[in-house]
Design a protein around this ligand. Structure first.
Ligand code: F6P
Length: 745
């Protein structure tokens, strides 16, 4: 119902009540009260004049009787007085005594309620009182009061009543509106929210009716306090999914001002002969963060690296994604070719990448690269400040491309919550000290509220490095670093994937996947297939993997021709010589091994050195008998978790490098040392011969872990920790609470 109606209806009802009930009731009540009053008054006057009047009757002096009556008329209410000595004839009366009353008619004024005469001058009250006179036993005194004052009083009363009713009905109307708003909106929206699976309270971001805001605020505070009291601080006992993550953001931060910064963008627009095509990058980081952004919305700032990226943004360099169902914004940052070479290929991937991975490729540091790295980090900081909608946004900085960024943001948005996640390993202090700009990098990172790593080992290495190289207070119990008056927490957050993974929805049955992949590769339906899926990166141990296959065929030659290892290798970082060399070496090692089995109907190694989108990748996972992840050093490796997530048939074996972070969480895999070809070959053989029952048992365990420790938990735990830090930083320190400003000298 419209607001105006809600207001008008009670108002009109109240006015009708005034006109049809209150006014007649007040009139009749007043009439009765005044008549009774005048009756009493008349009796009083009659009593007062009783004696002089009976004396005058005795003397028979009519003029003196009239004189007495005229004196009585000084009372302004008394209109006329008359005396009937007999039951008929004219009364002895004052001049204005009503002509239509004669002594024979006095009987009609004696019954109760018949005291009013409507004369031409207005209403008159007539009181007839017997006079106690021996000489005239029938004498009766007639006292006539003017009742026009009653009408005047009534008029006045009506006016006051009218004001009173208007005020009353206005108040009722207002109260009705408020109550109607409360109950109607509250219930309807509560019902809608319930139907949507939300709580009774609205999600933040939707407008609350102004009149309800204080109540809503109090309720929310109450609920939040209760939640805080009863939730485990690290979120370990929660079930994490999109909704839980969204609710955490809402309850802990009251906002959706979430900004993600990464080098790689989640959707790349590429020019192709058929028009603009969207490509999903082969990136663990993107795999993990994309579902988080779909849950939180917000803005993702990344390098616009696609050939058609500039054609698809708006005038603020933004594009809404996912393309089919936009939920969040990608803000693209542009770079010149030189900047990209210096910042990305040079400092990040020729310097920091080999520095942090123990893969026996020497890091290369050039000062010109570092200058580009600094320039690009500053450009991203500008974008963060421009995209922030509040003074305290939540900024999720991703990876080694942005070591300087947290400090640059902190300087300009001191209240921001900056969570930096380092997706690759952190080396020991000696190794890190090789970098000529080690102090700048550490200072940049320590602008973060939290720095996250996949494993405790990498957290320890980071703390050791800070302890060795920076003037800071390192607390090894709380795992914090205090520097420049600000604390940074160092925590372990093992990254993961969404559960259930989106590409799974597009899959057919396992049998269909097996058939499709084998047909595509020209393999018979009973051919055994192992799978490896990586970027063509020297840290991934692809050559070691091929070596293991070669060793298997040496040790167990019966597999030749009956088994193939399919390696999907997405080309990556082609501007870097070490990567180009590696791609060549991988190809020649595959050729070399295949050449050893010229008679085999199917090659031992099938190398597909091209990009595959997530749906195609999942199909390979589902078609394989095992997946081999042989990283020489890896922060986490999400391919291992994707394989587990893809196998809803609880079959398939995971062979996993002990140097990948994932091996800490998935010990039910066959954990191997990729440098040990014999051990890896044994694992391959075991995988090809493992019973369905053992496969199921191992897979069930692993699926339980990946399901529960999914990417929503990864993001949610970081946010919860950041929320606790935010709360603590708002509390007054003990010293200042005591009024102590300086410590002991
Ligand atoms: O996991 C480390 C990482 O550098 C991620 O940051 C990135 O998503 C992935 O490897 C792919 O690398 P790039 O973005 O250089 O292709």
């Amino acid at each position: 119902m419209r607001l105006s109606l809600r207001f008008l209806i009670p108002l009109l009802l109240a006015l009708a009540a005034f006109a049809y009930v209150a006014v007649p009731l007040a009139d009749s009540l007043m009439q009765r009260w005044f008549v009774r009053d005048l009756d009493m008054r008349s009796n009083l006057i009659a009593d007062t004049v009783q004696e002089p009047l009976s004396n005058l009757i005795l003397t028979g002096s009519t003029p003196r009787i009239v004189t007495l009556f005229n004196r009585l008329l000084r009372d302004e209410r008394l209109y006329a007085v008359g005396l009937c000595l007999q039951r008929r004839g004219e009364p002895v009366a004052t001049p204005n005594f009503p002509r239509d009353i004669d002594c024979s008619q006095l009987g009609r004024f004696t019954p109760p309620g018949e005291h009013v005469l409507q004369a031409s001058t207005g209403p008159l009250h007539i009181a007839v009182v017997d006079v106690d006179s021996e000489s005239a036993p029938e004498a009766r005194l007639v006292l006539v009061h003017d009742m026009s004052f009653v009408a005047r009083r009534s008029e006045e009363t009506r006016r006051y009543l009218f004001y009173f009713f208007v005020a009353l009905s206005g108040a009722i109307a207002l109260i009705t509106v408020v109550i109607a708003q409360l109950s109607w909106r509250g219930w309807v929206q509560g019902l809608r929210a319930l139907l949507r699976g939300e709580g009774i309270l609205r999600p933040s971001g939707t407008a609350t009716a102004p009149e309800l805001r204080p109540i809503a605020r109090d309720l929310k505070d109450l609920i939040r306090d209760l939640e805080r009291q009863y939730r485990p601080l690290d979120g370990s006992q929660r079930i994490w999914d999109q909704d839980a993550l969204r609710a955490t953001l809402r309850s802990e931060f009251h906002s959706n001002d979430v900004i993600v910064v990464s080098n790689r963008e989640p959707y790349i627009h590429v020019r192709s002969p058929g028009g603009v095509r969207i490509q999903r990058p082969a990136s663990g980081l993107v795999t993990a963060l994309e579902p988080v952004m779909r849950a939180c919305s917000g803005t993702w700032i990344a390098h616009g690296s696609g050939s058609a990226d500039r054609d698809t943004v708006d005038r603020h360099d933004r594009v809404a994604v996912p393309p089919d169902r936009p939920i969040y914004q990608v803000r693209r940052i542009w770079m010149t070719k030189e900047e990209e070479e210096g910042y990305y290929a040079g400092f990040a991937n020729e310097g920091l990448w080999p520095l942090c991975h123990i893969a026996h490729v020497r890091p290369t540091f050039r000062s010109s690269d570092f200058e580009h790295y600094r320039t690009v980090n500053t450009r991203f900081a500008d974008a963060v400040v421009a995209e922030a909608r509040t003074k305290d946004p939540i900024v999720l900085v991703q990876d080694y491309h942005f070591a300087l960024l947290p400090r640059l943001i902190r300087d300009r948005l001191p209240d921001a919550t900056i969570i930096t996640f380092w997706h690759i390993p952190w080396p020991n202090p000696e190794a890190f000290a090789i970098c000529p700009w080690r102090n700048e990098l550490l200072d940049g990172l320590l602008g973060s509220s939290i720095i996250g790593f996949h494993t405790q080992f990498h957290c320890n290495n980071f703390l050791d490095t800070v302890d060795r190289l920076v003037e800071a207070r390192v607390d090894r119990e709380a795992f914090t670093v205090s520097c420049r008056g600000q604390a940074t927490a160092i925590h372990r957050y093992p990254i993961s994937i969404e559960w259930p993974p989106e590409p799974l929805a597009a899959q057919g049955t396992i049998a269909e996947a097996r058939r499709a992949v084998r047909t595509r590769l020209g393999l018979p339906s009973d051919h055994r297939v192992g799978i490896g899926i990586d970027r063509l990166d020297y840290t991934k141990g692809i050559i070691e993997r091929f070596n293991a296959v070669a060793r298997l065929l040496e040790l167990e030659p019966q597999w030749a021709g009956r088994f193939s290892f399919v390696q999907i290798a997405a080309p990556t970082r082609g501007a870097i010589g070490d990567y180009r060399d590696y791609a060549v070496r991988v190809q020649s090692r595959a050729d070399e091994i295949n050449a050893r089995y010229p008679g085999a109907r199917h090659p031992p190694i099938i190398l597909l050195a091209e990009h595959h989108d997530p749906v195609a990748v999942y199909e390979y996972h589902r078609a394989a008998d095992f997946c081999f992840v042989s990283s020489l050093h890896d922060g986490m490796n999400l391919v291992a978790k994707e394989f587990v997530a893809a196998r809803d048939d609880e079959q398939g074996v995971l062979i996993l490098s002990q140097f990948a972070g994932a091996s800490r969480e998935l010990p039910e895999a066959l954990v191997v040392n990729p440098y040990d070809a014999d051990q890896c070959a044994a694992a391959l053989h075991l995988a090809l011969t493992m019973s369905a029952e053992e496969q199921r048992e191992r897979m069930r365990f692993m699926r339980g872990v990946v399901r529960e420790f999914n990417v929503y938990r990864w993001a949610g735990r970081m946010l919860l920790d950041a929320a606790v830090m935010r709360q603590r930083s708002r509390m007054r320190p003990f010293e200042s609470a005591r009024g102590v400003t300086a410590g002991p000298a």
